[in-house]
Design a protein around this ligand. Structure first.
Ligand code: NAD
Length: 305
C-alpha cells in the first residue's frame, strides 16, 4: 500500500515556522510591524469565497495582517486596477492576491501584471514567471511550490527522476514543470491533446496531476512505486453527499504507487501554507531582512545547465 503524503501536517510545520518568524519580526521591529496580505475577491463564486476566507483566517493565525477586499462582479477593470495601484503603494501591505478566475469582462493578465512584482505572492506576474523560467530568484507560485516541497521531503533529492506533469495551466502545470526542471528532473508535460497518456504515466517516477477531471488517472496506468501528487479538486456526489476528490483514482492508485497525496489533505493545505511563506518572503525582501529560505526551508532558486 502506498504511503500517504500528509500535506496537512507539513503545512502546519510551515505555518508554525512562519508564525515564529513573524513573532521575531515583531520583537525586532515593534508590534505594529507585521507582514500584511491583501486579498481581492471579485464576484460571488462560492468556491472562491471559501478559499479567500480560509486564506484570511490562516494569515491572521500566523500573526500577519489580513486585508480583504470584496468587489461586485460588475466592477470595471479600471476600478480594479486603481485598487491594485493603491495597495502597491500601501506600506502595510507586502502581498497582494487576486482570487482567480475573474469575470469575463476583466482581462486577468492586465490585472496580474498591475501588481508590484515584489508583492506578487501568487508568483503569476510576467516578471516572476520570467525569473523562474530563466533560473533566477523569483516569487514562486504557491501550489507548485507546495508540491515541490512535499516531493523534496519524500525523496531527499529529485535529481534524475522522470517526472510527468499532467496539465499545462499558467498557475499549476507550467510552473510545476519549471520547478521540477530546476530540481534536475527529466520533465514531460502532458495536456488535453497528449496522445497515449498511459505510456507517459508508465515511465514516470513522479506524476503530478493538475487537470480537474475525477478519476482521470487509474492505478494501473502508474509505474509500480511511482510517487503521485494529486492537485485536482473535484466536487462529486457520492451516496447523496457532495465530496471532494482529486484527478487520480485514489483507491486503485494506492495499490500501485509508493506514495500519494490525498484529496483533501494533500496539496490544498500546502498551497495556503506557501502563500503565508511567500508573504513573509515578500516582507523580508521589502524590508531587507534575511529571507526565510536563509533561515529555514531551502527552495528552488536556479536551473543548472
Ligand atoms: P485548468 O483548467 O486551467 O487546466 C487544466 C489542464 O488540464 C489544461 O492544461 C488541459 O490541457 C489539461 N487537460 C484537460 N483534459 C486533459 C486530459 N484528458 N488529459 C491530460 N490533460 C488534460 O486547471 P488548473 O487551474 O490548472 O487546475 C487544475 C486542477 O487543480 C483543478 O481541479 C483545480 O481545482 C485544482 N487546483 C488545486 C489547487 C490546490 O491548491 N489544491 C490549486 C490550483 C488548482
Amino acid at each position: 500500500m502506498a504511503a500517504i503524503i500528509d500535506g496537512k501536517e507539513f503545512a502546519q510545520r510551515i505555518h508554525d515556522f512562519v508564525r515564529a518568524q513573524v513573532w521575531q519580526i515583531q520583537q525586532d521591529a515593534g508590534q505594529g510591524s507585521v507582514p500584511g496580505l491583501a486579498t481581492i475577491l471579485v464576484g460571488e463564486d462560492p468556491a472562491s469565497e471559501v478559499y479567500v476566507r480560509n486564506k484570511g483566517r490562516k494569515t491572521r493565525e500566523a500573526g500577519m495582517a489580513s486585508f480583504q477586499h470584496r468587489l461586485p462582479a460588475t466592477i470595471g477593470e479600471d476600478e480594479l486596477l486603481s485598487l491594485i495601484t493603491e495597495l502597491n503603494h500601501d506600506a502595510n501591505i507586502h502581498g497582494i492576491l487576486v482570487q482567480l478566475p475573474l469575470p469575463a469582462h476583466i482581462n486577468s493578465d492586465n490585472v496580474i501584471n498591475a501588481i508590484a512584482p515584489e508583492k506578487d505572492v501568487d508568483g503569476f506576474h510576467t516578471r516572476n514567471v520570467g525569473l523562474l523560467g530563466s533560473g533566477q530568484k523569483a516569487m514562486l507560485p504557491c501550489t507548485p511550490l507546495g508540491c515541490t516541497l512535499m516531493l523534496r521531503e519524500h525523496f531527499g533529492t529529485l535529481k534524475g527522476k522522470n517526472a510527468l506533469v499532467i496539465g499545462r495551466s499558467n498557475i499549476v502545470g507550467k510552473p510545476m514543470a519549471q520547478l521540477l526542471l530546476a530540481d534536475d528532473c527529466t520533465v514531460t508535460i502532458a495536456h488535453r491533446y497528449t496522445e497515449n497518456l498511459i505510456d507517459h504515466c508508465r515511465q514516470a517516477d513522479i506524476v503530478v496531476v493538475a487537470v480537474g477531471k475525477p478519476g482521470l488517472i487509474p492505478g494501473h496506468w502508474l509505474k509500480p512505486g511511482a510517487v503521485v501528487i494529486d492537485v485536482g479538486i473535484n466536487r462529486i456526489i457520492q451516496d447523496g453527499k457532495t465530496i471532494l476528490v482529486g484527478d487520480v483514482d485514489f483507491a486503485s492508485a494506492t495499490t500501485i504507487a509508493s506514495a500519494i497525496t490525498p484529496v483533501p489533505g494533500g496539496v490544498g493545505p500546502m498551497t495556503i501554507a506557501c502563500l503565508l511563506y511567500n508573504t513573509l518572503t515578500a516582507y523580508c525582501r521589502i524590508h531587507q531582512r534575511p529571507e526565510p529560505e536563509e533561515t529555514g526551508f531551502t527552495l528552488a532558486q536556479g536551473i543548472g545547465q
